[in-house]
Design a protein around this ligand. Structure first.
Ligand code: FAD
Length: 650
């Protein structure tokens, strides 16, 4: 702290003495007055700037030559991700009396919003914004003394899988250290829409089965396969369906075998059937475990983008993926578990002794070296690698024409660190080219949000035509989307299925007015007007909507065979028809979303080496793993829980 103050004072002195060296042309230069680091009209000023989710409002207090305090008065930024910039950026501006502050990694937009709002306040107070943007920042990032710590279990990555592993190990009495390279916890898990897929035949039976769904079941039973396990699933489902028909049932059917069968064929038949069935079998017990930890699940499952089966559950109260993180941090606090979460430390190496993994080496953002010794073992939970273009290119299996052109909706931290560390000590990888795109991202940024609708809405291309069954799997949707003019389509919704709450907040967490102001979404009272706003031929567009609405009403879709026109994830009782104004549309394109390949693991979450044996002391959970072809929250929660137990010998 001493050196920091000294640098600030030195800077002030330099600025005062060297007027001609100040880069910007301040009025003090021209009048020959002495320049100071800041010259303000003392007082408190309010200013706003655009963040990720709308305006960020700050209140800044100045005396005649100092920024005294900065208070964030209002913001709609994503909890978790925005915590670090909200805590750190104002503190850093004040400590350095500078606006030349680096954005927090992974939270650039929130960081910049705070910096821009403070710049506006500086301007209002008569200060010199350009000078502050050039004001040097003290080097307070000097590495500290090397840190050596020990715990039973070291978890690398504080996303959903890592935190599930930490709590599960703590339940078995472990001391745990979790290291996280970001300044915030949650990884991609907090970015999610919060949908968790679970096989629960009783819960799903609130939905009536459509003809399209029955046709899908019969189609899957008849699919050719050489795999004996998959054949046994087909046999079991065929028997179930025979009984179902005999009993005159009408509700949606589900079973462990059917969900496994569906996912096996849906995802390129690439899954290891044993791993896939294990995952599906654990879906409900893990959901119940989360419920015991305090997760408030919806009773009624529904559809999610890319699925045909309404088996997605979410939180009643929480938005998106937040609860998949806070349920664990709350549990750690409530039970007073011996779990320490250390942020801003990036793991770089697995430590081994006698062929066993015994710890992790890492480096903090200030350069401090960390050695973390594990009595029992290490859990890698570093997520996927959608944000690492070099790895996407290296491992591309050609399923996407040019991965180098793809944007991603991932946290920038998802660069495959865990895979690289494990490869160094002889781990095996599987299915590494299996990249899933999500079709519904923002063409400008690649982000999944901002977002209008829920993903299962009507898709229309630039020619004003529907081009795909919107309930197809994500590969089919993304391929179809990339084949459209400019790789872009419009998601079209009406008043009832746009996913806008009474408070004007969308399913994606943004204020609808902000989306309209930013031209990310357009709104109209007539279909003709909407067509004009998105620049498509009005007559074709209206005809497309009429045909789609007819399919919604009759449940029969002669053009694309969409199997269900029921409600979706957030509006289970609704439908996707475009019936009631206002009408909305937003441009969308595919982005790199989930890397399904990764470290080879067994059903106990142990990492398998290239020699075919489990590597002692090393487990992996979540998107860093491969072999199941079903990534997402289901994989993160179930495999994280399993890894925590396995590493404790349970
Ligand atoms: C926009 C979006 C929406 C999604 N929506 C859904 C959905 O609704 N339902 C669903 O099932 N799935 C969804 N997914 C997929 C899902 O988010 C992920 O598959 C899942 O969260 C992965 O969990 P994880 O714990 O493995 O990884 P993450 O949650 O990504 O966590 C990995 C953590 O490891 C940290 N880390 C990485 N490297 C290091 C290192 N070297 N040292 C220390 N820490 C490190 C990262 O910073 C991160 O915090 C979505 C994904 C995205 C991007």
């Amino acid at each position: 702290m001493k050196s920091l103050r000294r640098k600030i004072l030195l800077f002030g002195l330099t600025a005062m003495m060297s007027v001609s060296l100040v880069a910007c042309g301040s009025k003090e230069e021209s009048t020959g007055e002495t320049y100071t680091a800041g010259t303000y009209t003392a007082g408190t000023y309010t200013a706003t700037a655009k963040g990720n989710n709308g305006d960020v409002t700050v209140e800044v207090t100045f005396d005649s030559d100092t920024i005294k305090s900065i208070e964030i008065k209002e913001h709609g930024e994503t909890p978790g991700i925005s915590d670090a910039p909200i805590a750190k950026i104002p503190e850093s501006i004040i400590a350095n009396q500078s606006l030349k502050i680096d954005a927090i990694t992974g939270a650039t937009n929130t960081s910049n919003a705070i910096l821009n709002a403070v710049a506006d306040a500086v301007n209002q107070a008569g200060g010199d914004v350009e000078a502050l943007k050039n004001a040097e920042v003290a080097d307070n990032e000097a590495a500290g003394e090397a840190v050596v710590k020990e715990a039973d279990v070291i978890v690398v990555g504080a996303g959903g899988a890592g935190l599930a592993a930490a709590v599960s190990a703590a339940e078995e009495g472990a001391s745990v250290i979790v290291i996280e390279k970001n300044a915030y916890i949650g990884g991609n898990t907090v970015r999610t829409g919060g949908g968790y897929a679970s096989c629960d035949p009783e819960a799903i039976s609130i939905h009536e089965m459509t003809d399209g769904q029955m046709a899908e079941i019969e189609g899957l039973i008849a699919r050719e396969t050489d795999n004996e396990v998959v054949k046994s699933w087909q046999k079991k489902v065929a028997e179930d369906i025979e009984a179902y028909k005999a009993e005159g049932k009408t509700q949606v059917y589900d079973s462990l075998e059917y969900m496994s069968l569906q996912y096996f064929f849906r995802f390129s038949q690439a899954a290891d059937p044993e791993l896939l069935y294990d995952l599906v079998s654990k879906s409900k017990p893990t959901k119940e475990w989360l419920g015991e930890l305090g997760f408030d699940w919806t009773d009624s499952p529904s559809l999610l983008l890319g699925d045909t089966w309404p088996r997605w559950f979410s939180s009643v109260s929480a938005h998106g993926g937040n609860l998949f993180v806070s349920v664990f941090t709350d549990e750690i606090e409530e039970k007073n578990y011996n779990v320490e979460i250390i942020k801003e430390v990036r793991a770089s190496e697995l430590l081994t002794a006698d062929g066993k993994v015994v710890g992790v080496k890492g480096t903090a953002s200030d350069g401090t070296e960390y050695t973390l010794n594990a009595n029992k073992g290490v859990v890698l939970a570093t997520g996927g690698f959608s944000a690492n273009k070099e790895m996407l290119i290296e491992y591309s299996d050609g399923r996407w024409a040019d991965v180098s052109k793809l944007q991603t909706d991932n946290d920038p931290a998802m660069v495959g660190d865990g895979i690289k560390m494990a490869l160094e000590i002889g781990a095996d990888v599987v299915d590494m080219g299996h990249l899933q795109l999500v079709p519904t991202c923002d063409p400008k940024t690649g982000d999944a949000y901002p977002f209008i609708g829920t993903g299962t809405n009507l898709y229309v291309n630039k020619e004003g035509k529907r081009f795909v069954n919107e309930l197809s799997d994500r590969d089919t949707l993304s391929n179809a989307a990339l084949a459209q003019t400019d790789g872009i389509f419009y998601m079209v919704c009406d008043k009832n299925n746009a996913g806008i709450g009474e408070d004007g907040i969308t399913y994606g967490g943004q204020n609808i007015q902000d989306l309209l102001d930013a031209d990310i979404v357009v709104r109209a009272d007539t279909l003709e007007e909407l067509a004009e706003l998105i620049g498509v031929d009005s007559a074709t567009f209206v005809e497309t909507i009429e045909k789609f609405n007819e399919a919604v009403k009759t449940g029969v879709d002669p053009e694309f065979n969409r199997a269900s026109f029921g409600g979706d994830f957030i509006n289970p009782d609704g439908n996707p028809g475009i019936f009631e104004a206002p009408f909305y549309a937003g441009a969308r394109t595919p982005s790199a979303h989930i890397t399904k390949g990764g470290l080879k693991v067994n059903t106990s979450a142990e990492v398998i080496g290239t020699d075919g044996n489990a590597i002692p002391g090393l487990c992996a959970a979540g998107e860093v793993t491969g072999g199941r072809t079903v990534a997402g929250l289901l994989e993160a929660m179930t495999s994280g829980r399993t890894a925590g137990k396995t590493i404790m010998g349970k």
